[in-house]
Design a protein around this ligand. Structure first.
Ligand SMILES: *[C@@H]1O[C@H](CO)[C@@H](O)[C@H](O)[C@H]1NC(C)=O
Ligand SMILES: *[C@@H]1O[C@H](CO)[C@@H](O)[C@H](O)[C@H]1NC(C)=O
Ligand SMILES: *[C@@H]1O[C@H](CO)[C@@H](O)[C@H](O)[C@H]1NC(C)=O
Length: 410
């Protein structure tokens, strides 16, 4: 849901000065930046920005609508969990991908910095809790914002962003045989997508939503391809029922013959027009609480919304005891500072009851976590963490690995 604010602005002069400064900040700044206020790209007059952190507290308490706004991005009440710090990944990564197969977590690609992307796979073994077995990705494979899913042996790798900064996506698709560690090609998507929802369902590889080539415009298209044992059984992707809302960074899960799509957003950073390095520049985003489901009817159904809007969760989930467990993410931008706000909770969607609950706090707020579950332990690694307990905006790209004994709600 779009958050609307009607916040009183101080002096006009103050605003003009800030707008000037921020115009500069906007280009200089990416999601890593430590000073990150931006101009609103929204045309909605109701969402004017007061770009000063100092005013934040004052405005939060100023009006009833201030309190309403706070609810959209605030941390949720949650029990403390006991987290254990494990061996860190060989490299920090943001917007990477991960697939768990039994006691192995395959961790792919990702940004190391905004100007450097990884082109290899690291593997974590949950039995002896070590990293090892690094191997290369194909040169043509995307480096971030991939769609990825496994049948238990083969990992299907779909589209994604090729290169650093805010380059666009490639239509190239691949399959990894995790036993031989050999790669094969798959037929390309009809058009490239950026961070689409991806799953295997009823013998077909499904790819839907994501952003279009410019990274920002939501795609509603949904395609599928028959696959078996790491091979495509068809030469072309088939069109399927479009998803009600497009956009990147969603969790996509198949359970009990139903396909679920959770959270995500509309809009994302785009390359600055004319920039030779495709420099990232900020654009309007709307983060979702939406949960959609496809079953036999092949019509999208809407399920109870998430407790808080949540995006950047495509590999941040695990399926445990018929519940989807999601670790961290991002929510609505701070309505006043316009900074990106990270989530610091573990949430559970119980598929027996269709109820959401908040089951615990993370060691810090963090987005694009890569998650696994093994032998009662919930693990997460990688992503980008907050600036600290009092500042939920993103800062350091991490490789840390953490785990906690998971206790689900009924
Ligand atoms: C805002 O309101 C809360 C609750 O009423 C209060 O605890 C807090 O001190 C207030 N903050 C400011 C800056 O006035
Ligand atoms: C993980 O490590 C354990 C203990 O070293 C080993 O027995 C097991 O084979 C490893 N798993 C895989 C899939 O290699
Ligand atoms: C999952 O269910 C089993 C059987 O009821 C139970 O023993 C286990 O504790 C549950 N796992 C979690 C993480 O709650």
């Amino acid at each position: 849901m779009m958050v609307r604010a009607s916040v009183k602005v101080g002096s006009a002069k103050f605003v003009v000065i800030c707008v000037g400064l921020l115009g500069f900040a906007l280009v200089a700044d990416f999601l890593w930046a430590s000073t990150s206020s931006t101009l609103p790209t929204s045309t909605k007059p109701s969402a004017f920005v007061v770009p000063s952190n100092h005013n934040k507290k004052k405005y939060e308490n100023a009006t009833a609508s201030g309190r309403f706004l706070a609810a959209a991005y605030a941390d949720l009440d949650a029990p403390q969990l006991k987290w254990q710090k494990m061996a860190p990944a060989p490299v920090p990564r943001l917007d990477g991908a991960a697939i768990q197969i039994r006691d192995l977590l395959f961790v792919f690609a990702g940004y190391g910095t905004i100007d450097f992307v990884h082109s290899h796979v690291d593997v974590y073994n949950f039995t002896d809790n070590t990293w090892g077995g690094r191997f290369d990705m194909p040169k043509e494979m995307a480096h971030s914002h991939l769609g990825m899913v496994t049948d238990g042996r083969y990992i299907y790798v779909v589209t994604g962003q090729y290169g650093p900064q805010c380059r666009g996506p490639t239509a190239h698709n691949f399959v990894l045989d995790t036993q031989t560690r050999k790669w094969r090609d798959l037929p390309p998507l009809p058009v490239p997508r950026y961070a689409p929802a991806t799953q295997l369902w009823r013998g077909r590889l499904h790819v839907m939503g994501g952003s279009k080539e410019n990274r920002h415009t939501p795609g509603l298209e949904h395609w599928s391809l028959a696959v078996k044992d790491g091979k495509a059984l068809e030469n072309e992707w088939r069109s399927e029922i479009p998803i009600p809302r497009g956009g990147p960074h969603r969790a996509c899960v198949v359970v009990d013959d139903r396909l679920y799509v959770l959270g995500g957003q509309e809009g994302d950073f785009m390359a600055k027009p004319g920039s030779p390095i495709f420099k990232c520049s900020r654009r309007q985003e709307v983060v979702y609480t939406d949960v959609y489901m496809l079953d036999d009817d092949m019509k999208w159904k809407t399920l109870p919304p998430m407790p808080k809007a949540n995006s950047h969760i495509e590999f941040a989930w695990a399926l445990v005891n018929n519940s989807i467990v999601i670790v961290g993410g991002t929510t609505e931008k701070h309505p006043i500072t316009k900074k990106m706000v990270l989530n610091g909770e573990v949430v559970q969607f119980n598929l027996n009851t269709l109820k959401w609950s908040v089951i615990g706090k993370l060691p810090y707020r963090v987005k694009t976590t890569l998650v696994g579950f093994w032998n009662g332990w919930l693990y997460f690694t990688s992503g980008q963490r907050d600036k600290g307990p009092d500042d939920p905006s993103p800062k350091k790209v991490i490789g840390e690995m953490w785990r906690t004994k998971l206790k689900l709600n009924e």
